[in-house]
Design a protein around this ligand. Sequence first.
Ligand code: ZN
Length: 552
Amino acid sequence: MGNCKSSNSNADVVVVQGSPIRNHERQWSDRGRVPANNRSTLQSMARVGSRVFKQTSLDADIEAAGTSHSQNNDMFSNGNKQQQQVKRTTLTEHKASTYEHVHEMVQESIDSIHHQQTSKAKAGRVGLTNLGNTCFMNSSLQCLSNTIPLSDYVLGYDYRSEINHDNFLGTQGQLVSSYAELIKHLWLGSNASYNPSFFKNILSKFSPQFEGYEQQDSQELLAYLLDGIHEDLNRVKKKPYIEEKDCDGTNDEGDAITSWSNYLQRNQSIIVDMFQGQLRSTISCRNNQQCKQQSNGSTDGCGHINVKFDPFMYLSLPISDNCNTLDDCLDLYCEEELLVGDEQWYCPKCKTHVNATKKIDLFMLPPILIIHLKRFKVSSYGGNRSKITKSIQYPLNDWNLSKQKKSSSGIYPLYDCYAISQHHGSVGYGHYTAHAKNRFDGMWYNFNDSIVNGPVSPKSEGLGSGSSAYCLFYNRVERVDSYRGGSKMNGGKKCIEKKTVIRRQSISRPELWPHLQREKVTEWKSVRVNDYVWKDDDNEEEVRAGLGRVTE
Ligand SMILES: [Zn+2]
């Protein structure tokens, strides 16, 4: 493996266990107060979008890692050259286009820490101290912590190499670093709960609205945090000016791709890769004056249509009296809206302000879909907030958005719920909690500040409906070929897994853009109906894979 170099000599090469680590990274992990044995995880860093080295033999790696644990707690030592040699021979070069190998490394590392601390094994089931009305923050943080690809990224990826120190919209990496430290304690620490005051202080420093200890909105925190992490990690160092052209609706698929490309020229980060999709907004002229002049009697205005594709990070859905399910809320969100009076639209064809209709559609959906139910509204007279307590049903598994997604390309949009931020009680005296699915046992846990209960039954907890569900976290499940009991080469059995695949978005790899990802929809449907019994293409052997396990 002559190609295997350390990270400081070639930015295109991954750093794996046993490789040298840069000085500032060592300082960071010392500072993080994570138990020494757990440090090995922190250096399992990988790059995506370039050449990486992937472990091919799990056994050899665990053996090698185990030896170095017992002999030398300081994993940063360069002394064990022989061991490094052993590990390197178990790696093969592999072109990474997704974050999958980061996921695998972190999964194995946390799993091995689990086994070392059997009595206290808490990975991901660690509470957060309430610092005084900070349950809104704890609720959002637990949902984000259980967003596995994001946690894997901060635990197993050299995210520090992506910090944008010059971006005035960011915090020069302070926010993402404090978030990463918190995640390390939730997944690698051995205490039952963690005090997030370090994170809270950094948050308040950059966003004064979160200063003090008053009850706030968990969704506002979530939006701020994701935005902040995005700017901290924006891989675009110099944003070019790009003039967005208006589209006319005749080439939506092509225009959406152009629009995404333009967006990526200014914005590229793990947050874009994971959480961002595209909305299509269509404005149609309904100029009645013009209509009357038309001889064919058409009532469709002058015919001018303006189409735009806008990125989104979450969907804020309204709730009306008629909404009973999440789909109802989504339909209401996508309902055509009339622009009249003060909201009239300037039609470039009629060259005047006219009545118009506006319609929003989901065009491209992201791997992680966050739904915000707009339960809080500000009354028109006082400015007092009130809460809509209507119970809304939402699917925990297999939420099919193929009807709502207007693009005919892209991955089949099927989503499983993995976390819920809940608000109980009234606006002034309410309390936030969260439910989330654990990555290892696939069971639900209840996060109530420093207390974590579970596993709990979704039914007895009332998950899937109710008036407390506030923010819903869904991951898109894809049908991914995998091999069990060995690799593809050495006799592993082909099977199908449900996985959330995060593809790194860059200008240079358009084949990884959501628009150009395809999946055989008919096959997918038959797989689902048959409870994941999948006919192997090669040997006609039926292989049964575990349903509902996101990872294995
Ligand atoms: Zn017009």
